[in-house]
Design a protein around this ligand. Sequence first.
Ligand code: ADP
Ligand code: MG
Length: 225
Amino acid sequence: MSVEAATTSAPALEVRDVHVRLGGAEILHGANLRVERGELVALVGPNGAGKSTLARTAAGIVRPWRGDVRCMGQDVRRLRGRRLARLRAFVPQRPAVPDGMTVLEAVRIGRSSHLMPLGRFTRSDREAIAAAMERAGVTQFAQRQLNTLSGGELQRVQIAIALAQAAPLLLADEPTSALDLGATVDVARLLRGLANDGLAVLLVAHDLALAAAIADRVVVMSDGR
Ligand code: ADP
Ligand code: MG
């Protein structure tokens, strides 16, 4: 199947019978997961169930020793770097906050997966960066340093970085776990709106009530399955 055919018909994310070993132990014992475009799927389960490992495997960060992971029909094990970044964006639980970096600089880095090596930002890149910041509601923070933002603002910047990547699949690992209720609701609404816009969203959540409130489907994980 050509890449074009794969990207038009396949689910945004398909994880099949994935087994993962970390530090000598098997952590995932045959996990399955599917997210379609326009769908928000919540992944819930107790601490240590393997949610983060599954999200990282889906993102191509962790390699399964058995099973299959496809983003838009493409085998993520064969992809790295910019080609992977154009398929999926990953919002981590605890974002890195480099000293002295502004919001705009961080979102520009998100866009860099669209540049050729040593390439320059074109007008369309600048427009994509501005649109991503606007969609995530962080335009007013463009010149602020990341370490001056509140937790909720910082997570919305992470989502702006992900949107600048313009990947069809967004994976977010407990993006609201450190946020207060108001900021949690803002981020949850934003993710729901992005799925309504056609993105495939996987939200790892520890809060079942939140998951049930915003997700199209809730997938429960237990003991690596
Ligand atoms: P969750 O996100 O559901 O809390 P994780 O995927 O973080 O679960 O972890 C699942 C299990 O895998 C836990 O028992 C954890 O200690 C273990 N684990 C995670 N990362 C590693 C690693 N790098 N090396 C060894 N064990 C790990
Ligand atoms: Mg986790």
